[in-house]
Design a protein around this ligand. Structure first.
Ligand code: ATP
Length: 610
């Protein structure tokens, strides 16, 4: 980095969050990364549009993810499913009944919060049983409470209470039944004004719509809240057509919608966003053990290496956590900016065996006791057992089992004690699942027994590891991470502050800018045009001939363009034939320039941006 470079956002000591986020949001607008949706109508909370640079950035993220998850691997294929699907899917997945957040409303301002996002506070709580208005005889028996700092005059609480009763139609309320008590770590009050909040209520986050010309309860459908379920419901079709055997994966990139209670932190929590999800299907551990004689266990932290046939879910899960961390590093997020957070047992979904969240230290992340950034979720990598496919098997009444020839062949050769042990373990696992779904013990046992018998014949429902990431959150992390300022000399050699978006060349929106040194020299302009056209088939190129060359560099620094190519008089061979058809290639980060043959540009830059 050049001298005087500001710290990256994730290791800044001081919490200057809002200032920094405002700077980033205004840069995003000014440079065309991100605009507020429907801006000329006043905007729509939780929705965002990507401008020219943002669109390229997102496309690069998605392309690179796609390449690294499918094209560069064996056994992972793609899917592009519809956004609106059969509503029963959301019953099977549990979204209809449980995909909700608890919300609370401020009794004074009606502002809505997610209950789990209210910070715990301590102080003195004042309680009122109601109020009357002596002049009119009006009364209100609604209780109210306000929290104020201990030692603060009770007048503050009374003022809030009076406002509350005024909102209920009492112009001059006289408060009744005041009492107070100290409270510790409560989340029942609005941290912004001390007013009591409503009791938490569940709020389903799915966005509803109705399909067809008649709006009725029968036509209710949902905009998908995640892309994953489409993969599960198309699992059998994809498996058949792609002639894959386990382990194999299906991945998808697409829009998802959640009616978030409180969209915030710029694009971090939006109501419309894109996900990149992989469902990686594996054998249940009992099948692995039957075929390989054992299930390998994680030996040490870190990448477990090349996949092996004796891996069970734990090693596959570790593998995907490490692969995904490697992905983030490969597009420029340093390891120190990421947190690998293992969900605690009480945080896990009931069907999940383990979930690791990959967090990025956004400037607005919560801080730990020493002021360090704790990070916010970019991606979750969950070991989801056979829950999802089992649910669709039950709800759709279609088998989601696969046939494993190797397992069928090996089972009869197993020691009977081993057969019994594996059958019993498989039976217990299936029984636990079926009982959780509410099935009565008798039928559940019978079904689980049948599942265990099917295992012995080579049939089972695959288990799944799911790395699920958000495109928009990643774009925001990359923007936060790229932002920096340094000192660079202007035209006259005087140092000035330079804003540089240090995107990794792989995901930078524009890869190279091509400039003729002077606009009014047709030979330079023509040659620069030729260089531009030469590079265009390989990468996104920006051509700029307007203004002083230093200014043109600065504009590209702010756009995060890693390379700049200038066509000058040397290129035309005016200073000697040895420099003819060479250009200067400038590096955004070091600002160093070197002379490069035009013919070498495309291969050289292509190698740097792949
Ligand atoms: P959070 O706890 O932050 O609400 P989540 O755990 O509900 O996220 P998942 O259901 O695991 O998220 O979704 C997978 C990924 O989709 C997340 O890691 C995130 O990158 C992205 N995502 C989820 N909700 C949103 C949102 N409202 N806005 C932008 N991206 C989102």
């Amino acid at each position: 980095m050049a001298a005087g470079v500001a710290n990256t956002v994730w290791d800044m000591g001081e919490p200057k969050t809002s200032e920094l986020m405002e700077t980033l949001a205004s840069l995003c607008k000014r440079r065309g990364f991100i605009f507020q949706s429907s801006e000329i109508y006043g905007g729509l909370n939780g929705f965002w549009d990507y401008g020219p640079l943002g669109t390229e950035l997102k496309r690069n993220i998605k392309d690179y993810w796609w390449r690294s998850m499918t094209r560069l691997r064996e056994g992972v294929v793609g899917l592009d499913a519809s956004i609106i699907m059969h509503p029963r899917i959301w019953e099977a997945s549990g979204h209809t009944s449980t995909f909700s957040d608890l919300m609370v409303d401020c009794l004074l301002t009606q502002r809505r919060f997610r209950a789990d996002q209210i910070e715990a506070q301590s102080g003195t709580a004042y309680f009122y049983t109601g109020a009357t208005e002596p002049g009119t005889g009006k009364e209100c028996k609604d209780p109210f409470s306000a929290l104020i700092a201990t030692g603060k005059h009770p007048g503050y609480a009374r003022e809030l209470a009076r406002k509350f009763y005024q909102l209920r139609g009492l112009k001059e309320p006289v408060l009744e039944g005041e009492r107070s008590e100290p409270v510790q770590n409560t989340t029942r009050y609005n941290p912004e004004n001390g007013s009591l909040l409503t009791e938490p209520r569940a709020f389903n986050l799915m966005l509803k719509t109705s399909v067809g010309p008649v709006e009725s309860a029968d036509n209710v459908s949902y905009l998908r809240p995640e892309t994953a379920q489409a993969i599960f419901v198309q699992f059998k079709n994809v498996l058949e057509v792609s002639r894959q055997r386990l382990p194999f994966g299906i991945c998808q990139i697409g829009k998802a919608f959640r009616n978030e209670i409180n969209p915030r932190n710029f694009t971090f929590r939006s109501r419309e966003f894109e996900q990149m999800e992989l469902e990686f299907f594996i054998r249940p551990d009992e099948a692995v053990e039957a075929v390989c004689g054992r299930v390998a266990k994680p030996a040490s932290p870190g990448h477990p290496g090349k996949p092996q046939p004796d891996w069970g879910w734990q090693l596959w899960h570790q593998y995907w956590v490490e692969e995904r961390l490697g992905f983030y590093e490969s597009i420029g997020l340093p390891r120190a900016s990421l947190v690998e957070y293992w969900q605690k047992p009480e945080e896990l979904a009931h069907y999940a065996r383990a979930t690791v969240d990959v967090l990025y230290k956004f400037p607005f992340s919560k801080r730990g006791p020493n002021g360090e950034l704790l990070g916010e979720e970019l991606e979750g990598i969950a070991a989801r057992s056979d829950f999802d496919l089992s649910q669709h098997q039950r709800f759709a009444g279609r088998p989601m089992t696969v046939f494993d020839e190797e397992l069928k062949a090996v089972w009869p050769k197993l020691d009977p004690a081993k057969q019994a042990e594996l059958s019993e373990r498989f039976f217990q696992h299936r029984l636990k699942y079926l009982l959780k779904t509410g099935e009565a013990p008798g039928p559940a046992e019978q079904s689980a027994r049948q599942d265990a018998e099917a295992l012995a014949k080579g049939y089972y429902i695959p288990h799944v590891i799911e790395p699920s990431a958000g495109v928009d959150r990643l774009a925001l992390a990359l923007i936060c991470n790229a932002y920096s300022q340094d000192q660079a000399p202007d035209e006259k050699g005087k140092l000035e502050t330079r804003v540089v978006m240090r995107f990794h060349p792989r995901i930078a929106p524009i890869k190279v800018a091509v400039f003729p040194l002077l606009k009014n020299k047709p030979e330079l302009v023509q040659k620069a045009g030729e260089v531009r056209d030469l590079l265009r088939p390989w990468m996104s190129v920006f051509y700029d001939e307007a203004g002083a060359i230093g200014r043109r560099y600065r504009r590209q620094d702010e756009a995060g363009t890693p390379f700049g190519v200038t066509v000058d008089f040397d290129t035309l061979g005016e200073k000697g034939p040895e420099l003819k058809d060479t250009v200067t290639l400038r590096d955004r980060d070091t600002m160093k320039q070197e002379r490069v043959k035009i013919a070498d540009l495309a291969p050289r830059l292509t190698a740097l941006i792949r």
